[in-house]
Design a protein around this ligand. Structure first.
Ligand SMILES: [Zn+2]
Length: 333
């Protein structure tokens, strides 16, 4: 393993020397892949397996200063200066592998991170619509079906899942549940039990434990709704409710929020204003690029995702914009 890391690091000295020192590159993950386990739900939320994740963390640690939420707060509000490339690690959605796989590695390497939690999912042990959609399509025995005026032929299930997820991301939140129930009937697959869904998520005890051991907890709203499409009243509810629940459950002030899905279609000026007025200090977007220290907007702190084809990891630091612009919009949740 050591020699592989050295090989990756020494591949290009040139890349290292042109590395940008005024940048903060934030890698966001959703799930890590346990290679011994079948994936019953959405494949699109999976990042690397444990071995690759550890390699990425060792690389970040060797090449950058990995900052915590506290340090980012000091950079944004207390004029703290950084004179080297910095990075940050975050996880969205509260999946159990954040605890089982990521947490032991982060702890072993003393790497701080932020876990962003959608509070209703943890409270009710229920997964998001993207996971349920994937489950229903993966489990249908039908060869084809008629659904909402269209014929769906199940020849390429991956593509069908991706297409439906794109459609659902554009849909008004109140119509999503009806759509999923209709899909379940049409595909003749029952909605998975809450037990099966809950097995994929961290428990409050696990979230509390990580919060006491180097992981900061942040809000990912209450119901993982797309914030730019909420009425002002619903927007305030989604943000405040999640903050109140998290503060009560873990006994710490919650200062950071990551906007669900996170692109510029999914949050807006009102989202930023309401987050600030409800006591948040930092808002994170997703698939939005790399931050330059001289112009970070505290309510649009940009994040990207690591890419499986980063065989030369230095590339990411030398040409961060180019790397992060390879947006995988369909994989944002
Ligand atoms: Zn999310």
């Amino acid at each position: 393993m050591k020699s592989l890391i050295n090989k990756l690091f020494s591949q290009s000295r040139l890349l290292k020397t042109i590395k940008c020192n005024n940048q903060l590159m934030i890698l966001n993950y959703h799930r890590l892949h346990d290679t011994n386990k079948n994936i019953y739900f959405d494949d699109g939320v999976y990042g690397p397996d444990a071995k690759r994740f550890k390699l990425e963390m060792e690389w970040l640690k060797q090449e950058t200063h990995i900052i915590s939420e506290d340090e980012l707060f000091d950079i944004l509000y207390n004029n703290k200066k950084m004179n080297r490339a910095c990075s940050m690690v975050t996880f969205d959605d509260g999946y159990v592998d954040n605890y089982n796989i990521a947490y032991p590695i982060l702890k072993q390497l003393s790497i701080p991170a932020i876990y962003f939690i959608p509070t209703k999912h943890i409270n009710e042990r229920s997964l998001g619509w993207w996971d349920i959609t994937a489950y229903l399509i993966k489990n249908t025995k039908l060869v084809k079906t008629h659904f909402r005026g269209k014929e769906i032929v199940f020849s390429d299930k991956k593509k069908i899942i991706a297409d439906i997820i794109i459609e659902l991301k554009k849909m008004e939140a109140s119509r999503v549940e009806g759509y999923i129930n209709e899909l379940s009937t049409s595909l003749k697959v029952p909605i998975p039990s809450l037990e099966l869904q809950g097995n994929e998520l961290m428990t409050w005890d696990q979230i509390k434990e990580v919060s006491q051991n180097g992981i900061t907890i942040g809000s990912h709203t209450h119901e993982h709704v797309i914030l730019s499409r909420q009425t002002l009243r619903d927007l305030r509810f989604q943000i405040k409710k999640s903050k109140d629940i998290l503060e009560e459950k873990i006994g710490q002030e919650i200062r950071s929020i990551s906007y669900p899905v996170g692109g510029y279609d999914h949050f807006d000026l009102e989202t930023k204003k309401v987050s600030e007025s409800l006591g948040f200090k930092i808002g994170f977007s997703f698939l939005t690029g790399v931050n330059r220290f001289e112009n970070i907007d505290p309510f649009d702190v940009k994040r990207g995702t690591s890419q499986p084809e980063w065989t030369n990891l230095d590339m990411a630091l030398a040409f961060p914009d180019r790397v992060f612009q390879q947006e995988r919009v369909t994989n944002a949740r």
